[in-house]
Ligand binder design. Structure first.
Ligand SMILES: [Zn+2]
Length: 243
């Protein structure tokens, strides 16, 4: 039951969607942004041929087709059982082996769900988390026969509380919907802790096996970060049942 998170490296996209330069490490501005980015987002202004080539490389490396979605910061879950166009959704689930599910992110949390007979991925930023996309995904997996206590969940790299400053009223509103998400930045201002919020939601649903990545895209140049760079690419979290 594999899961995987991509980085900027290993593709063909050019700046500002580029990847790390393995020869010099950094560009003139100190950023790893040269040709070779594995941008998987087809909605961020990158060259369509480059994105297609990146997606083909990823599928070839995994050895299985990859299903994407048109993410809208909601709580819609799509059940997919074969390759096809991206549904409008913020979570995908399947019980079909040999079909990888992808969630694209650049600061939002890629949440990856594994069970013996089903897998899922969810796109959980501030809005999706508050809308309840995590609970909706757990319910969809339960419908496929994967109970919460059977799930192994990975909360992949997402913007950390220390970097995620928000207005105090917004923090309070999100805390009301997602208890445990209120936090402080490193400077002491109001922040949202996506990891803590999502972990709390999972725990309250009976999901106890959760791994949380400590990587923050806004601080880690090997990952795309919208908050840091604005116009940039998307990396992906993937989950699939082995065929
Ligand atoms: Zn951070």
């Amino acid at each position: 039951m594999p899961v995987l998170v991509t980085t900027r490296a290993g593709g063909v996209s050019a700046p500002p969607f580029g990847g790390p330069d393995t020869a010099t490490g950094l560009d003139a501005a100190g950023r790893p942004d040269v040709v070779g980015g594995l941008n998987l987002g087809d909605h961020v202004g990158d060259d369509a041929d480059a994105v297609a080539a990146n997606r083909a490389r990823l599928a070839a490396r995994l050895g299985v087709p990859v299903r994407y979605m048109r993410q809208v910061h909601g709580r819609q879950v799509a059940l997919v059982r074969e390759p096809g166009p991206p549904p409008e959704a913020d979570a995908l689930v399947t019980d079909v082996p040999g079909l990888a599910l992808a969630v694209m992110v650049a600061d939002c949390a890629p949440v990856l769900f594994e069970a013996p007979t089903a897998v899922g991925v969810a796109h959980a930023g501030r809005v999706g988390m508050a809308e309840g996309v995590i609970g909706a995904t757990v319910e969809a997996l339960t419908d496929l026969g994967a109970r919460p206590d059977q799930l192994e969940v990975t909360i992949g790299p997402c913007v950390c509380a220390g970097c995620y400053e928000v207005p105090a009223p917004l923090r309070a509103e999100v805390e009301r919907l997602v208890p445990g998400s209120a936090a402080h930045t490193r400077q002491g201002s109001a922040a949202i802790d996506l990891r803590a919020g999502i972990l709390g939601q999972l725990t309250r649903m009976g999901v106890t096996r959760v791994a949380v990545s400590a990587r923050c895209p806004a601080e880690d140049f090997s990952l795309y970060s919208y908050r840091r760079d604005g116009r940039t690419g998307r990396f992906a979290g993937l989950a699939w049942l082995p065929s």
